[in-house]
Design a protein around this ligand. Structure first.
Ligand code: NMX
Ligand code: MLT
Length: 441
């Protein structure tokens, strides 16, 4: 562990010095203009955050420290016998800012194996919830129960210097990431497999072991989990889960509290819950049409029906992206390689042909193309994971890698409490009449 922590600290000190001098020289440069409509409409297109781990381009999609998903597939170490990147490698890249060696990745696997013990009271807390509780609720409750283990909270309570905040945040990050697969798998086995739990396999990598604990022995499913955990990990800083984790962390809430807050955001249907909504929507469509693999024409009619009911078409559209999400494409490639004849996967591809032309005709929808959630469920169903309410938990385990790496950076760079100014419409009215100023200071 020491090696990665030392490397991170060295990089963070260098960046902190650079940011200080950038701000001394250029701190008052104007980087954008804010229109009144933007503060009423979700701050879309407004640059207001710095996040080091990844950057989203509207046309090309996500790049992690400059590397696209196809590049990651080529450059990150894979598991022995597997062909997808190990998420340990992506975490290292996001945290340290450089591609890891095979040894670095093996080291991280070993660290996370060593730190993966989950105390009994966490399982008891999960067991106290009604079995019908949504898996995301069970997951966040479990993370909150695990907060008893926060080293940051303990060290802060006993008096911690500002310059040392990053250190226990780093340790909490490693502990939390190490423990999440066990918690998620426990919830899955509790809710859907009669509480028949599977002990961890200490010889497997982080995602491979997660697949094993979920109860999927197939090597292909392990590889799917490695791909899934890699591509869902981060999507720059403004998305709801990343932004919330960052915001809550800025109050010096520890990583358990901050991550749990972020995951409550991921549980919303316009964000991560969309992955369950997509498969539910496809199942309902198949049932209504009584057709295993509906035609493009049938799908087109069903999409129009969804829109006329005042509902969104799940898995389509994005706040920043304006093209097909490369995370969708990566999953489509996996499907073409391993299950080209799967009827549900084929339906996802037919939906991909049918939906964009319909959304384009609506006019107001800025991005008619699929996002990451349009594809993920069908791949899971192929291997037997049909319990779609669980899908957002998989997203949450992966998202820990990005938001917690960013939290380490936030504390190492000494970022302050986040507190933007808000206005009331009363003040906007007065401002429009020239009777008041709208600026905070
Ligand atoms: N189906 C129907 N209407 C849509 C869709 C869609 N897929 N996407 C956008 N619109 C509507 C949107 O609701 C809004 O309507 P109104 O003016 O009546 O409020 C209008 O089009 C303009 O929205 P946009 O500016 O294009 O999109 P925005 O940035 O506001 O929202 C999403 C982005 C992702 C919330 C939106 O596209 C959506 O609701 N998609 C479906 C849900 C989904 O797939 N979410 C997952 C996102 C990825 N993730 O994992 O987080
Ligand atoms: C994400 O992965 O966080 C989603 O695509 C949402 C976003 O980027 O706004």
């Amino acid at each position: 562990m020491g090696i990665i922590k030392d490397r991170f600290k060295e990089k963070a000190d260098a960046l902190a010095t650079e940011i200080k001098s950038i701000l001394q020289e250029h701190g008052n440069k104007v980087i954008g203009e804010v229109q009144l409509s933007q503060i009423y409409q979700g701050m879309r297109g407004m640059t207001g955050l710095v996040t080091e781990t990844s950057l989203l381009d509207a046309q090309d999609g996500i790049r992690f420290r400059g590397y696209s998903i196809p590049e990651l597939k080529e450059k990150l170490p894979a598991a022995e016998g597997g062909s997808e990147p190990l998420p340990e490698g992506l975490f290292y890249l996001m945290l340290v800012g450089e591609l890891p060696s095979e040894d670095d990745v093996q080291h991280l696997t070993a660290v996370w194996q060593r730190r993966s013990h989950v105390p009994n009271h966490v399982f008891a807390t999960i067991e106290a919830l009604p079995i019908a509780t949504h898996p995301m609720t069970q997951f966040v409750v479990a993370v909150m129960a695990l907060q008893t283990e926060s080293q940051f909270a303990k060290r802060y309570a006993s008096g911690l210097s500002k310059k040392d905040y990053w250190n226990p945040v780093f340790d909490d990050t490693m502990d939390l990431i190490a423990r999440l697969p066990r918690i998620a798998a426990y919830i899955y086995r509790r809710k859907y497999k009669n509480g028949d739990h599977i002990q961890p396999n200490g010889l497997l990598d982080w995602a491979g072991n997660f697949a094993h604990m979920l109860g999927y022995a197939d090597d292909e499913f392990k590889d799917l989990m490695r791909l899934y955990m890699t591509i869902h990990a981060d999507h720059e800083g403004g998305n709801v889960s990343a932004h919330t984790t960052h915001l809550v962390g800025s109050a010096l809430s520890d990583p358990y509290l901050s991550y749990a807050a972020g995951m409550n955001g991921l549980a919303g249907p316009l964000h991560g819950l969309a992955n369950q909504e997509v498969i539910k929507w496809i199942f309902e469509m198949r049932e209504e049409l009584n057709e295993e693999c509906p035609s493009k024409e049938q799908i087109t009619a069903y999409v129009k029906q969804t829109l006329s009911g005042g509902k969104v078409v799940p898995g389509y559209g994005h706040a920043v992206l304006r093209k097909t999400d490369p995370r969708f494409t990566a999953q489509m490639e996996f499907g073409k390689k391993y299950m080209p004849d799967d009827q549900l996967v084929k339906t996802v591809w037919n939906v991909y042909e049918a939906v964009p032309p319909v959304l384009q005709t609506v006019g107001k929808i800025k991005n008619p193309w699929p996002n990451v959630d349009a594809h993920s469920g069908a791949l899971l169903v192929h291997y037997g994971m049909v319990e779609y309410e669980f899908y957002t938990v998989l997203f949450a385990v992966s998202r820990a890698l990005g938001v917690l790496a960013s939290l380490c950076w936030d504390r190492a760079l000494g970022y302050p409490l986040e507190r933007p100014k808000s206005v009331s419409t009363e003040q906007v009215r007065k401002w429009l009449k020239g009777e008041d100023e709208i600026w905070g200071e």
